[in-house]
Ligand binder design. Structure first.
Ligand code: TRP
Length: 462
């Protein structure tokens, strides 16, 4: 059997993992929920969620991958034999299908809008309303949605086919600096606009009256999605690490990059929205209706509109590859397929699974399921199922596994293997009995309880 591929460097892994974490969640979701839910007050709670729950779980996910050198199904099998725990891994493989089936549609939109920006289409939009009509008109054409989805998908498959070093790592090393550079340019542009302070106020002025228990659950749910936790993506990336790698430090870096990029995206977006006197919205509305006309009306707007959609595309590609890699690693490890064969098979399967999502905006727009009193299309169902059910469930089981089955002692011992004793807090943070106790408390008690509450909350049960 050929040797398992590994990242060529520490930076390579950090950039790939940060590439997975930094995605559509950072750019179209985080800024809006932060602004709507109390600005700096939300940010404060969000940071607590990242530190107290996101980081420990991130460590554990990467660690399980490194310890077992396997995909999620194989990882649980290797540590716990052929028990029911492998189904938690299988849940991850299933989630990778579900997430990618809607994520890659949005990725396709990002590619399409990069092309439209290049064509200069947005300059003729007087306001977001017209831009919204354009978006709906384009989406009413199934060939348009499917075509760009295919393009996006092929780029992901191409990267995965090229392997861990030559594909995942190389793409992330190339794309992440570009992403940072573009974001920086957009932030500077935004801050120089008149009235940019109104956007900053929306994002940062603390409004503690907006904080209630559900804000906490919202923040935690998002912390999960944004760090790519709960479905084995980080586990799979971790499986390409060696025992010499310092997981604790890498996790800090990934969480730091992810958070700072989400905040910067907020600055880049809301300075533009507020300086044009518009109201902020979330999701597709914000990115595909509001921003194209507003960006292109700025001085240098042609280039900024193009840069923004390129940023979105890069963020979506580097996340998309981490999602598909879970399924591919599963076939490679468990069924001993070659990477090429595994990529082709999973690529086709996930591509087919995404077709109903692509048709949710046209041919199948009337096929809906009533969920929480709303009519959900295939696209909505995939999003709901993955983000609200599969990920929290995966995170919950992960915490239980590390806390009770594998045990905190073994977990911490394994974590300390790659201790570089360096920078930041280092692994050595876990060496003292107190910090080990805190880590144990977070994993055994706080995480499962809170994640379970998020689960109930997302169902509307609390
Ligand atoms: N974290 C990415 C974002 O914020 C999305 C993502 C990539 C993801 N891989 C994942 C989410 C795995 C959950 C699980 O857009």
């Amino acid at each position: 059997m050929s040797k398992r591929e590994q990242w060529s460097s520490k930076t390579g892994f950090i950039l790939a993992a940060a590439g997975s974490a930094v995605g559509l969640g950072n750019i179209w979701k985080f800024p809006y929920i932060a602004g709507e839910n109390g600005g700096a007050a939300f940010l404060f709670i969000y940071l607590i969620c990242i530190l107290a729950i996101g980081l420990p779980i991130l460590n554990i996910e990467i660690l399980l991958g490194r310890e077992t050198q396997k995909n999620p199904v194989g990882a649980f099998k290797k540590i716990h034999g052929d028990s029911n725990w492998k189904y938690v891994g299988a849940l991850g493989v299933f989630a990778s299908f579900t997430i990618l089936s809607f994520y890659s549609i949005v990725g396709g939109w990002s590619v399409a809008y990069t092309v439209e920006a290049l064509k200069g289409t947005f300059a003729s939009f007087p306001d977001p309303e017209v831009a919204g009509e354009f978006f709906n008109l384009k989406n009413s054409n199934p060939y348009w949605v499917l075509g760009y989805h295919t393009l996006f998908f092929l780029s992901i498959i191409g990267i995965i086919l090229s392997g861990v070093k030559g594909g995942l790592e190389k793409a992330s090393k190339f794309l992440m600096p570009i992403l940072l550079f573009i974001l920086f340019a957009l932030v500077v542009n935004g801050l120089m606009l008149p009235d940019s302070d109104k956007g900053m106020e929306f994002l940062f002025s603390p409004d503690w009256s907006k904080i209630n228990p559900s804000t906490f659950l919202l923040a935690l749910g998002h912390a999960f999605f944004t760090l790519s936790l709960g479905m084995g993506a980080m586990m799979t990336y971790g499986s390409y690490l060696s025992d010499n790698d310092d997981i604790v430090n890498a996790s800090y870096m990934v969480a730091f990059l992810d958070t700072i990029i989400a905040i910067l995206a907020g600055v880049a977006i809301f300075t533009v929205v507020f300086s044009s006197g518009y109201d902020p919205t979330a999701g597709p509305g914000l990115v595909f209706h509001v921003l194209p006309p507003l960006l292109s009306q700025l001085p240098g707007g042609y280039i900024f509109a193009f840069l923004f959609f390129l940023l979105l595309t890069i963020a979506a590609v580097t996340s998309g590859i981490s999602i598909l890699e879970v399924s591919v690693a599963y076939l490679v490890d468990e069924l001993k397929f070659s990477r090429k064969k595994a990529t082709m098979i999973m690529g086709v399967l996930v591509y087919l699974a995404a077709i109903p999502c692509a048709l949710s905006f046209n041919l199948l727009s009337d096929v809906t399921l009533p969920i929480q009193g709303k009519a959900f299309t295939f696209f909505d169902v995939a999003d709901f199922l993955a983000s609200n059910i599969l990920l929290p469930l995966g995170g919950f089981f992960l915490a239980i596994f590390a806390g009770y089955v594998w045990g905190i002692d073994s977990t911490v011992k394994a974590l300390l293997k790659g201790d570089s004793g360096s920078l930041y807090f280092g692994n050595s943070i876990l060496e003292s009995p107190t910090s080990k106790m805190i880590f144990g408390f977070l994993i055994k008690y706080l995480s499962p309880v809170l994640i379970f509450l998020v689960f109930l909350y997302q169902f509307g049960w609390i």
